[in-house]
Design a protein around this ligand. Structure first.
Ligand SMILES: Cc1cc2nc3c(=O)[nH]c(=O)nc-3n(C[C@H](O)[C@H](O)[C@H](O)COP(=O)(O)O)c2cc1C
Length: 410
């Protein structure tokens, strides 16, 4: 099915450019012919010689090389392929594509093509989470540009988070899905709706080696994101540090602090549904030390000044513009669960609160079971003790029923 297909690979100037060498080999093993365009910056990371040795073809780098134009004009180059793949898609290339700039061979080819384009973004996580990149991503998706990754993980720049280019195998799976028409869009009662879920703890740095955290495992939020995706919602999960794998069909953005989580949440809007299940730290250290704080001889204790963190649930619930139609908060309480959660619903301005008893005796924090009270305007429901998976299924179904009822009311 793939043999005989032609891919034009546009290599951008990022550290992940080295992964293209592997990508080219794997594509050619499948009988796909690969022709490559490299940006000037890309040639700083891998040599055109390595790329051309693997493609078995000339590498195109210069828009104004007359020889290139005579042999293969940029228009012809842009159309003489079944698919254009941009990997790594730098923040710069994404911005150019989103704004229609054409000031070098790569961007001109991308403007001149009438063929489908798949991008594999790769960049530092701050660049990825930057509002401009997220805006450009939305524009590109709106222009039917296919996107694979990025994934999260340790980055070459020493940070951890989203922005790592998808591995060659994932890019090939996306190429295969494109050519074979596999991967049908999820169908279900939430099809056509966007859902945003926050999950896990946050880590608030004290110094380069210490942080303030909590015992949240993220299991409930992850299970909920998976359940919403199974019902057809286009689901984004914004996760604090956890050891859990990304749920299938869910786009995961990994963050560390409450402030990062708020930024990622804002970047994921607009959304029809927002479920704030993360255990966001209420406070952070006023000034995290640049160097490890040392014990001083004779010091009996050490005081840390704390300041309040942004309140993500209240921010989303009280948005004047673009508020999700349904905002669901979680209230982890250790006493007077319903009373405290009812007050929290009013204070934050969310629609539903899922209250759970997280007192040490309940075993909920980090465990697999959960006892839920669902609190809404004018009432509450007590659910039986259930596995977190079952709580997620039930809550996702309640959300679907809510939207179905609203639609059938109209
Ligand atoms: C060491 C180094 C690594 C870089 N890695 C990336 C990267 O992974 N992603 C990215 O978007 N930009 C990265 N940049 C910045 C780009 O190289 C720069 O924005 C360049 O203009 C991109 O050009 P291009 O989009 O034409 O390839 C890096 C720069 C340097 C010096």
């Amino acid at each position: 099915m793939l043999a005989g297909k032609r891919v034009l690979l546009i290599i951008g100037g990022g550290i992940a450019a080295y992964k293209c060498l592997e990508l080219i080999r794997r594509l050619r093993e499948r009988g796909i012919s690969v022709r490559a365009v490299m940006t000037k910056a890309a040639a700083e990371f891998v040599t055109p010689l390595s790329v051309s040795s693997l493609t078995g073809d000339k590498v195109f780098t210069d828009l104004f090389s007359l020889t290139d134009e005579a042999e293969m004009g940029h228009i012809e180059l842009s159309r003489d392929a079944d698919l254009l793949v941009v990997a790594p898609a730098t923040a710069d290339l994404m911005a150019k594509m989103a704004h229609g700039l054409a000031n070098d061979l790569a961007s001109t080819v991308l403007m001149a093509t009438d063929k489908p384009v798949l991008i594999a973004p790769a960049m530092n996580l701050r660049m990825w989470l930057h509002a401009a990149t997220q805006r450009n991503l939305e524009t590109l998706k709106g222009d039917d540009i296919l996107v694979v990754g990025p994934t999260e993980g340790d980055m070459a720049c020493g940070e951890f988070g989203p922005g790592r280019m998808a591995e060659p195998a994932e890019i090939i799976a996306a190429i295969e899905a494109h050519f074979t028409g596999a991967k049908p869009a999820a169908r279900g009662p939430l099809s056509g709706l966007r859902a945003l879920v926050t999950a896990g703890p946050t880590h608030e740095p004290i110094d380069p080696v210490r942080y303030i955290a909590n015992r949240s495992s993220g299991k409930q939020g992850y299970a909920l994101a998976a359940a919403l995706a199974r019902l057809g919602a286009e689901t984004v999960l914004i996760s604090g540090p956890t050891v859990l794998p990304a749920p299938p069909g869910v786009t995961v953005t990994r963050v560390e602090t409450a402030r990062d989580m708020l930024a990622a949440t804002k970047a994921a809007l607009p959304s029809d549904i927002a479920v704030c299940a993360a255990a966001v730290a209420d406070w952070r250290v006023a000034e995290d030390a640049e160097q490890k704080i040392k014990k001083k001889p004779g010091e009996k204790g050490h005081k840390l000044a704390l300041v309040e963190n942004p309140d993500i649930l209240a921010t989303v619930s009280q948005l004047k513009k673009g508020r999700p139609q349904l905002v669901v908060g979680f209230a982890a309480e250790t006493e007077k669960v319903i009373e405290h959660a009812t007050a929290k619903r009013k204070r934050k301005g969310c629609d539903w609160i899922v209250a759970n008893d997280v007192s040490p005796a309940s075993g909920v924090m980090g465990g697999d079971l959960n006892t839920i009270h669902l609190i809404f305007d004018g009432g509450s429901e007590d659910w039986p003790i259930l596995p977190k998976q079952a709580v997620a299924e039930r809550l996702a179904q309640r959300i679907a029923d809510h939207f179905t009822d609203r639609t059938s009311d109209k």
